[in-house]
Ligand binder design. Structure first.
Ligand SMILES: Cc1cc2nc3c(=O)[nH]c(=O)nc-3n(C[C@H](O)[C@H](O)[C@H](O)COP(=O)(O)OP(=O)(O)OC[C@H]3O[C@@H](n4cnc5c(N)ncnc54)[C@H](O)[C@@H]3O)c2cc1C
Length: 596
C-alpha cells in the first residue's frame, strides 16, 4: 500500500534543533522568514503532495506517457495536478522574488522537493528540470533572456529541459556532435539529435525551454568546445506568448523500467532557433550550474523514496500476521503476531528509518550552506559555504540515491511476495528509485568527481568545512556521557576517513587508477562520517528533551534509539570501507581484459 504522512516533526527537528535555522533568518534575503513560516509552508506542501500527487503515483505508473505524431501526453490527472501545483506557487518556492519567486530558502525548497519525490517521483521531474534550468539561466543568461524567460518558467507556465545526452555520448560529453551556427541577428541555428531527455516533450506547460549543449563551427574538439543554448519549443512572439513552432521535434519516448509517468524523450533539433547562454565554448561551466542543482535534487529523490518506502513498510509490518514473537506470544487474541515483532523485520525497518532521517539531516546541512553561499553578506562566508556544497554535492547525489534504492528494496522484502507483485505498489519504488543512481552522472562518476576534482581543488580547502566541525564536536564531547561509545565510533570513522584521504592523495598522484579504484568506497565512507556526526549531534539534543514528559517525549526517545542503531548496525561499515580503500587497485585491475 502506498501510504505517506509528511514527516513534518522530523523536518522541524532538522531545521530548528539539529541545525541553526537562525543562520538563515539572519541573512538579509530571508529577514522575513521564521520557523513558523517554514512550518506553515511545509505543512501546506505536505497536504498538496499527499492529497494531490500521491493518488496519481500508481495510476501514472500503470498508464505511463504516450506519444502520437510527436505529441506526448502525460497520464490522466497529471495536467490538472500540474495546474494546481503552479497555482499553489509550488514551482516558485525558493526562486528569487525579482522574477516572481517567493524567495524562501532553498533549504525549505528541498524539503518540499523531498515530499514531491516521496509521493510522485515522475511528477517531480517536470518542475525539477525547470528549476535547474532557471538556475543556469539566472547565473549565465543575458539580461534580456532572463527577463523574458525566467518569470514564465518560475511560475511554471513554461517548463525546462536539459539536453546533454546523445546516442554515442553519455558520461563523456566531449563526444557530443550537436551543432550551432551563428546567425546575423545574434541568434543560432541548432541541429542534432538528443536522447533520454526528461520532460523534453509533454502536455503540462504552454512552452518548453530546452537548454541544449552544442558545438559552434569554430569549437575546439572535446569538452572545451561545448556551448550552451536556450532553444524554446515555441518561439515567443513580441508579447512573450508562445508563437511559431521552433525546429525541435519529439521523435519518440523511451519504454523503461520505472518513472513511467515522466516522459523520457528523443529530440530532433533541425535548424532550431536558439540563443547562447554564457560565453562561447564555456557551455559546460554554465551547464554545471544546472547540473549541480539537479544533482542535489536527484539526491533528494533518493531521500523521498527512502521515506515513503519506510512508511509503506511500517504500515504493512504492523498489519501482516505471521509467526510468533521469539520473545513469546505478543498478541494471543490473534492467530499470529504482526511481523513487526520479528528482529529481522526490525532490522529492515530500522535501516530504512535511519536511511531517511540521516539523509534528511545531511541534506539540510548542505542546503543551508547552499543558501549561505548565495546570500551571505560576507565574502569569506560565501566562499566557505560554496566549498562545502561543492564537496558534498556528489556525496548527496550518490549516497542518498544508493540508500533510497536500498530502502525501496527493503520495503519489498518486508512485504515478502506481496511486495513483489504489483498490487501493493512497493515494487514501483524499486523501479522508480533505480534511475536516480544513473542519471545526472552515474554514482560511479559522482565518486570520481569527489576524489578527482573536489578533494584536490584549492589544495584540499573544500575539506575544511567538513572535517573541522566534526573534529570540534569530538573534542567538545569526548567525555559527554550522553554519547558513551558513540563518540569513539565517530572518532574512529573520522580517523579512517582522514587516513583514506591522505592515501588517495598520495597514491592518486603517482597513479590515477588508484584514486579511481578507491572512489566509490571513499564517497560512502565520507557520507557515513557525515551521518555519524549528525546522529551524535541529534543525541546530544534529544537526551535532555527525552526526560521531559509531553507529546514530544517519544519523538526524542526514538531519535536516540535510531542513533544507537546507526552506530551499532550501520557505521561499522566504515571499517570495511577503510580496508577496501587501503587494498588499492591491484586485485581490481589484475585480470587482463581478455580474461573477462
Ligand atoms: C530515464 C532517464 C532520464 C534521463 N534524463 C536525462 C536528461 O533529462 N537529460 C540528459 O541530457 N540526459 C538524461 N539521461 C541520460 C543520463 O544522464 C545518462 O544515461 C547517464 O549520464 C549515463 O550515460 P550513459 O547512459 O551513456 O552511460 P555511459 O556513459 O555509457 O556509462 C556506462 C557505464 O560506464 C561507466 N563509466 C562511463 N565513463 C566512465 C569513466 N570515465 N570512469 C568510470 N566509469 C565510467 C558509468 O558509470 C556506467 O556505469 C537520462 C537517462 C535516463 C535513463
Amino acid at each position: 500500500m502506498q501510504t505517506y504522512t509528511p514527516p513534518l516533526r522530523d523536518m522541524a527537528f532538522v531545521l530548528t534543533e539539529l541545525h541553526d535555522f537562525s543562520q538563515l533568518t539572519a541573512l538579509e534575503a530571508f529577514s522575513e522568514v521564521d520557523a513558523d513560516l517554514a512550518a506553515t509552508v511545509l505543512e501546506e506542501g505536505g497536504k498538496f503532495t499527499s492529497e494531490v500527487l500521491l493518488p496519481l503515483n500508481a495510476t501514472g505508473d500503470k498508464e505511463g506517457c504516450t506519444i502520437e505524431n510527436g505529441v506526448v501526453r502525460t497520464p490522466r490527472g497529471f495536467k490538472e495536478a500540474y495546474r494546481q501545483f503552479c497555482e499553489g506557487g509550488w514551482s516558485a518556492v525558493s526562486a528569487p522574488p525579482e522574477f516572481g519567486g517567493q524567495g524562501l530558502p532553498e533549504t525549505i525548497g528541498l524539503m518540499i522537493s523531498e515530499m514531491i519525490c516521496a509521493t510522485n517521483l515522475s511528477f517531480g521531474l517536470y518542475p525539477g528540470l525547470t528549476g535547474g534550468a532557471t538556475v543556469a539561466l539566472r547565473k549565465y543568461g543575458s539580461d534580456e533572456l532572463k527577463s523574458f524567460y525566467l518569470p514564465k518558467m518560475i511560475s511554471g507556465e513554461w517548463s525546462g529541459s536539459m539536453c546533454l545526452t546523445e546516442a554515442h555520448c553519455g558520461t563523456d560529453l566531449g563526444l557530443l556532435r550537436t551543432r550551432a551556427v551563428p546567425q546575423e541577428d545574434g541568434s543560432y541555428r541548432v541541429s542534432g539529435s538528443k536522447i533520454f531527455i526528461s520532460a523534453g516533450e509533454h502536455d503540462l506547460s504552454d512552452n518548453i525551454v530546452h537548454l541544449v549543449l552544442a558545438r559552434l563551427p569554430d569549437a575546439p574538439p572535446g569538452i572545451k568546445g561545448i556551448s550552451l543554448f536556450l532553444v524554446p519549443k515555441f518561439l515567443p512572439d513580441e508579447n512573450g506568448a508562445p508563437g511559431e513552432r521552433n525546429g525541435v521535434l519529439c521523435t519518440g519516448i523511451e519504454h523503461k523500467m520505472g518513472i513511467k509517468a515522466s516522459a523520457t524523450c528523443q529530440l530532433a533539433f533541425d535548424d532550431a532557433k536558439g540563443w547562447l547562454i554564457g560565453a562561447p565554448h564555456k557551455g559546460m561551466q554554465a551547464m554545471f550550474a544546472m547540473m549541480n542543482t539537479e544533482r542535489l535534487g536527484v539526491g533528494i529523490q533518493g531521500l523521498g523514496i527512502a521515506e515513503t518506502a519506510y512508511q509503506s513498510a511500517v504500515a504493512y509490518a504492523k498489519e501482516r500476521l505471521q509467526g510468533r514473537s521469539l520473545a513469546g506470544v505478543k498478541h494471543p487474541e490473534l492467530p499470529a503476531d504482526p511481523i513487526i515483532v520479528h528482529p529481522d523485520v526490525r532490522r529492515m525497518l530500522m535501516t530504512m528509518r535511519v536511511n531517511a532521517e540521516g539523509c534528511r539531516a545531511l541534506g539540510a546541512w548542505v542546503a543551508m550552506q547552499l543558501d549561505i553561499s548565495e546570500h551571505a553578506a560576507d565574502e569569506r562566508q560565501r566562499r566557505d559555504a560554496e566549498d562545502f556544497v561543492a564537496l558534498m554535492t556528489p556525496v548527496v547525489k550518490a549516497m542518498f540515491t544508493d540508500l533510497g534504492f536500498e530502502s525501496a528494496n527493503l520495503a519489498v522484502q518486508t512485504y515478502g511476495g506481496h511486495g513483489y507483485i504489483v498490487d501493493h505498489g512497493v515494487e514501483q519504488y524499486v523501479r522508480d528509485a533505480r534511475i536516480a543512481m544513473i542519471y545526472e552522472g552515474t554514482n560511479g562518476v559522482q565518486a570520481l568527481d569527489l576524489v578527482g576534482r573536489k578533494l584536490p581543488a584549492h589544495m584540499g580547502r573544500n575539506l575544511r568545512g567538513f572535517f573541522h566541525p566534526i573534529a570540534a564536536f569530538i573534542a567538545e564531547n569526548k567525555e559527554n556521557p550522553m554519547l558513551g561509545e558513540m563518540i569513539t565510533g565517530l572518532e574512529r570513522a573520522l580517523g579512517a576517513l582522514q587516513l583514506s584521504t591522505a592515501q588517495i592523495a598520495e597514491r592518486g598522484m603517482r597513479d590515477p587508477e588508484e584514486a579511481g579504484a578507491a572512489a566509490t568506497d571513499y564517497l560512502r565512507l565520507m557520507g557515513l562520517v557525515g551521518l555519524a556526526y549528525l546522529w551524535a549531534k541529534a543525541v546530544v539534543i534529544a537526551v535532555p528533551k527525552s526526560f521531559a514528559p509531553g507529546p514530544d517525549q517519544a519523538f526524542y526517545a526514538a531519535k536516540i534509539s535510531s542513533a544507537r542503531f546507526f552506530y551499532e548496525r550501520v557505521l561499522p561499515e566504515s571499517a570495511a570501507l577503510y580496508l577496501k580503500i587501503k587494498s588499492g587497485k591491484a586485485s581490481m585491475m589484475a585480470l587482463p581484459d581478455e580474461a573477462f
